[in-house]
Design a protein around this ligand. Structure first.
Ligand SMILES: [Mn+2]
Length: 218
């Protein structure tokens, strides 16, 4: 049955990042699954904080071309380039599709033990490993630049060498089947005027993930 009939889809008005934690908190408290649409990746730790509050055994699955593990970027600790460093201060993170990280990020990841949880884009067939590294409750953060730049040109920092449609769906279906996905965000879509295919790709992806969560609800 269609997701909107089986589970229901409720949309909220846009909110500022500073009210995101309390907004997401209300949704999870109500036993609903928050799906946050960005916007910049820097919103992720604010949503994760609220979900972690309800599910303390949470881990985060990040799809991204970039590690986003910088401690600060141009003097800003809240930059999109630091999103996962801030998220790691809340709970563990597993990264997939990474193909751009700085020497500083590599060194940090190595020292912190995080490197084992970074699945670089040369190896996109990582479903089993990803599933085994996640805890029972999962928050999905999906930077659309995880997709190959031919699939996803509509983003601020497109990168070649990324995922194609079915590779992404294979991982997400298994994660939803074997774990409990309790929240998600989709970030960094920057539509190109008059070029609709990438926008539809992201909309379809979100709807697909909602469908998997509903189909495998436990
Ligand atoms: Mn990115």
């Amino acid at each position: 049955m269609e997701t909107y009939k089986k589970a229901g889809i409720h949309t909220l008005k846009p909110c500022a990042v500073k009210t995101l934690t309390s907004t997401v908190h209300k949704i999870v408290k109500d036993k609903k699954v928050p799906i946050v649409l960005g916007g910049e990746h820097s919103l992720t730790p604010h949503a994760v904080k609220a979900v972690f509050n309800k599910y303390p055994r949470l881990s985060v699955l990040q799809f991204d071309a970039h590690a986003d593990l910088r401690d600060e970027y141009h003097g800003n600790k809240e930059s999109h380039a630091c999103a996962m460093r801030r998220t790691l201060e809340i709970c563990p993170v597993v990264q997939a599709g990474i193909r751009n990280l700085s020497p500083e990020e590599y060194e940090f990841a190595n020292k912190s033990g995080q490197i084992k949880k970074i699945h670089f884009a040369e190896h996109l067939d990582v479903t089993e490993k990803v599933v085994s590294q996640l805890s029972e409750h999962v928050y999905l953060t999906f930077d659309v630049d995880a997709f190959d730049s031919s699939v996803m040109p509509s983003t601020g920092t497109p990168e070649p060498g990324g995922f194609f449609w079915y590779e992404v769906l294979d991982i997400l279906r298994e994660v939803c089947r074997l774990k409990k996905v309790v929240g998600a965000d989709f970030v960094e879509l920057m539509p190109i005027k008059g070029f609709f295919a990438p926008d539809f790709t992201v909309a379809k992806l979100i709807h697909r993930v909602m469908g998997y969560i509903t189909a495998y609800a436990k």
